[in-house]
Design a binder for this molecule. Structure first.
Ligand code: FEO
Length: 400
């Protein structure tokens, strides 16, 4: 037995690190890479929990065989069908043709749809269980965390939760998967960015899942991405709880587009006044330079949001429009919002952003500011008034 792979009891880590991929879901940068976590339970009967991206199948199979040799795997538990985890299902069935697939009704529709795989299956309902010998597993359906078929598997013997994407984060696990054995600094911001971009739309299902799990004694969380959590469960659960309630810290994100620096002057004037008024957390993003995943991460972190856009072809500046679309998709709420814009000969951005606000769940805290061509004393005063309104709204929350 390789002690380095053991997590608890007879549970082993057989996941892989991806340091090659540039963009997760072909959209989100991976400066620290990403891990695809899979777990092997080497019990009276052997069970595998989720698989890995198919590109890593050879490494994956070798890791499995280092633990069980030529013995068969009886069960493949499929908590989540997104291909970063389900990608190796076909090949696993090829190498283990008698394996029984364990999932729920929604899972099997996707297994057939993606991989054309049929065969023996155990279709579970919420609360069903599977006895492996030492480990006794119970299944909890947690739809839309992050797809409709998602479920979690709870090991009642060792109090281990196999949570799928929940409690996951970007970043490979270097040297060990255990949170007790590695430096965790890089994961905390990457957890917020992962949540904001991947799970961010599904705040309400995450809250339902947290409520469902609240009665369980959980000593270890085995997510599909990032470290295995033991000593940090309270912190990790707290982050997921806060983010899924769209709760946030005091602070303001100012995200703006600016082709020649004029709209940027408005952003600078607003930021300077916010700082003058005692708002310490101010994060400014030029939307043409900052990748949207970082802007979204900061928007999930801070309660104030101010967006600025020049007018471009009688529309909102396309990079700002793209950010607004990502915000709308995630149904971000509980934010204090203000906006500003500029134009050269005919204003459109501010007018069109008003339509966005109308449909959003944001609380508008100030009149928008619109500037023609370049900064004037009047525009500066309007920007400062906008900042005062935002600071005032944030400070009101300090009183409780
Ligand atoms: Fe890591 Fe939703 O897949």
């Amino acid at each position: 037995m390789n002690a380095k792979t053991v997590i608890k009891g007879k549970i082993h880590y057989v996941g892989v690190n991806d340091r090659n991929k540039h963009l997760f879901e072909a959209m989100w940068p991976l400066p620290y890479g990403v891990s695809y976590n899979s777990y092997l339970i080497d019990d009276g009967v052997v069970a595998l929990v989720d698989t890995v991206d198919v590109a890593f199948f050879e490494t994956y199979l070798r890791k499995i065989r280092e633990i069980i040799g030529d013995r068969p795997i009886q069960y493949l538990i499929i908590n989540h069908m997104e291909p970063d985890h389900s990608g190796s299902i076909s090949l696993i069935r090829k190498y283990y043709p008698d394996i029984v697939l364990v999932g729920n009704r929604q899972t099997f529709g996707m297994v057939e749809g993606f991989y054309g795989v049929a065969g023996e299956r155990y279709e579970v309902k919420d609360g069903d269980f599977l006895d492996l010998g030492h480990h006794r597993l119970r299944f909890y359906l947690t739809p839309m965390v992050h797809w409709p078929e998602t479920m979690m598997t709870y090991d009642e013997t060792e109090h281990v939760l196999f949570s799928g994407d929940a409690f996951g984060c970007f970043g490979t696990v270097d040297g060990s998967c255990m949170d007790t054995r590695i430096n965790l600094d890089k994961y905390w911001d990457e957890m917020v960015r992962y949540y904001a971009n991947i799970v961010g739309k599904y705040g309400s299902p995450v809250q339902k899942a947290l409520a469902k799990l609240s009665g369980l004694k959980i000593d270890t969380i085995c997510s599909t991405h990032g470290p295995v959590w033991t000593e940090n469960i309270g912190k990790v659960a707290g982050i997921y709880d806060r983010l899924s309630r769209y709760d946030a810290e005091e602070g303001v994100v100012i995200a703006y587009g600016s082709m020649y620096g004029n709209t940027e002057q408005m952003a600078e004037a607003i930021a300077a006044e916010l700082a003058e008024l005692g708002i310490r957390n101010i994060v400014m993003h030029n939307v043409s330079k900052s990748h949207a995943s970082y802007i979204l991460g900061d928007i999930f972190k801070y309660r104030g949001l101010i967006i600025g856009s020049p007018t471009y072809c009688n529309q909102i500046y396309p990079e700002v429009e793209s950010l607004l679309s990502k915000l709308a998709v995630r149904e971000v709420g509980n934010r204090y919002f203000a906006y500003f814009g500029s134009y050269c000969w005919a204003g459109a951005a501010v007018k069109r952003m008003a339509d966005f606000v109308e449909k959003s769940k944001f609380e508008l805290v100030a009149d928008p500011v619109e500037m023609k061509q370049s900064m004037t004393d009047i525009t500066r005063m309007q920007c400062e008034a906008l900042a005062r309104a935002m600071a005032g709204r944030l400070k009101k929350d300090r009183q409780g």
